[in-house]
Design a protein. Structure first.
Length: 429
């Protein structure tokens, strides 16, 4: 029987305003990551027609986004631990802006490919680095709230790009350039604000400058039980959950049109209509992230999420079933999704190698997502029902992995016991 530890008697500690600024500027990594992926998906048909792009180039550009984010996460997280998170934190966003400029001004598909390559690598590098920066700056009693706020930015990136794509759907290449152009502006403004941001002194960077190797950057500190166990568990959770989330992120509209029989405008409208639900509920997750309700709600909504995919599978993608699916999925996703992965990673991974270890889990997961995305259209054409049931199994597996993280890793983590006021909802059996 599962019992929960009681909530603390006293109120949560307030978080200083300057730390919310750190979280927002770090969350721009998530915003720009999501916005890049979705903007390429939204604009792909326009690029194909405007550049007379072949099917293989269209597929390569779609795959290279996820692949480059995977490589960037692996390399960027490692560089941040080696040379200082603040230094890499500022450089990542500038490189992203350069890539977004190339995409926006691209005269042909080759230049577009180069821009996607640069922006994808930079976006991937910024993800683990920015989360480590938030964790370094956050007090123990507010770390989960600040880390989970980056997920608000991730959802916002999706909402903004899909909204712009819907509004500018009849403007062709002009609209496509406007969508990616807003990424340039967002990245440059973030770069300027990050450069002026006051952050705690970083031991790794200062130690590197003194030509002494900091303890945290040695690779042997990654390959030990303290790092490997939480890295493996959070990876299993994220990769199994992300197969479903990434598939519907990239091919949700495609499935609604080709399998459910919806028109292009209806399919886009369905996605847009349900996204605000996820955005509002992600704010709710932030509010409860440092309380016992964070993990209690995970138990409830991971079941709701599996039920949502079961409905989609049982109805074989029929439009009525998909409408029910989207409602349940957007309700459950904020409480049993990427936000949980981000918080659990920062609470369980060793602080001195957070960039490297989370970079590894991001990289491996995104690599799997890229491979799954490559075969998804063919599998959907063969049997949409089979595809949906496979995703349902992945979602069920993510729920099991999440329960393990809560019951074993969160309970053992020093991050959950370091402060007298945590309220992290440790579950007991």
């Amino acid at each position: 029987m599962i019992r929960f530890s009681p909530a603390p008697e006293h109120a949560e500690q307030p978080i200083p305003k300057h730390l919310w600024k750190v979280a927002a500027l770090s969350g721009m990594a998530s915003y720009l990551d999501a916005a890049l992926i979705v903007s390429i998906a939204v604009n792909l048909a326009i690029y194909r027609d405007s550049y007379d792009m072949g099917v293989w180039m269209a597929g390569a550009i779609s795959a290279i986004v996820t692949g480059c984010i995977a490589v960037g996460s692996l390399v960027g997280g490692r560089l941040a631990d080696m040379f200082g998170r603040r230094r890499v934190y500022n450089l990542d966003i500038l490189c992203y802006a350069i890539g977004a400029i190339v995409i926006t001004l691209a005269p042909n598909d080759i230049v577009l490919f180069v821009g996607v390559l640069i922006a994808g690598l930079a976006a991937g590098a910024d993800l683990p680095t920015s989360l480590a920066v938030v964790s370094d700056a956050a007090p123990p009693e507010g770390r989960a709230r600040l880390v989970s706020f980056t997920q608000v930015m991730w959802v916002l990136g999706i909402v903004v790009v899909i909204f712009l794509g819907y509004v500018l759907s009849d403007t062709g290449m002009t609209g496509a350039r406007f969508i990616t152009g807003h990424l340039v502006v967002a990245a440059l403004v973030t770069w300027q604000l990050r450069a002026r941001l006051e952050l705690p002194d970083e031991q790794p960077e200062s130690t590197v400058e003194e030509n002494a190797a900091p303890r945290g950057i040695e690779l042997k500190n990654v390959w030990n039980r303290a790092a490997l166990l939480p890295m493996a568990a959070t990876f299993v959770y994220y990769v199994t959950w992300g197969i479903g989330a990434n598939t519907f992120g990239q091919f949700g509209t495609y499935l609604l049109v080709t399998v459910s029989g919806a028109s292009q405008s209806l399919a886009t409208g369905i996605n847009l209509a349900f996204l605000p639900i996820a955005l509002v509920l992600t704010f709710v997750f932030v509010r409860v992230a440092d309380t016992p309700w964070r993990d209690r709600l995970f138990y409830v909504f991971t079941v709701v999420q599996v039920v949502a995919f079961c409905i989609a599978s049982l109805t074989a993608g029929a439009l009525a079933g998909m409408l029910v699916f989207f409602v349940l999925y957007q309700i459950s996703n904020p409480f049993a999704g990427e936000a949980s992965y981000k918080v659990w990673s920062q609470l369980t991974l060793p602080p001195d190698t957070r960039g490297t270890t989370q970079g590894l889990t991001y990289a491996l997961s995104r690599g799997v997502f890229a491979g799954v995305a490559f075969v998804t259209p063919a599998l959907m054409d063969y049997s949409a029902s089979l595809l949906l049931w496979l995703i349902t199994l992945c979602m069920a597996a993510s729920g099991i992995a999440g329960v393990y993280v809560i019951h074993v890793l969160i309970r053992r983590s020093p991050e959950t016991t370091a402060a007298p006021v945590k309220g992290l909802g440790v579950a007991r059996t």
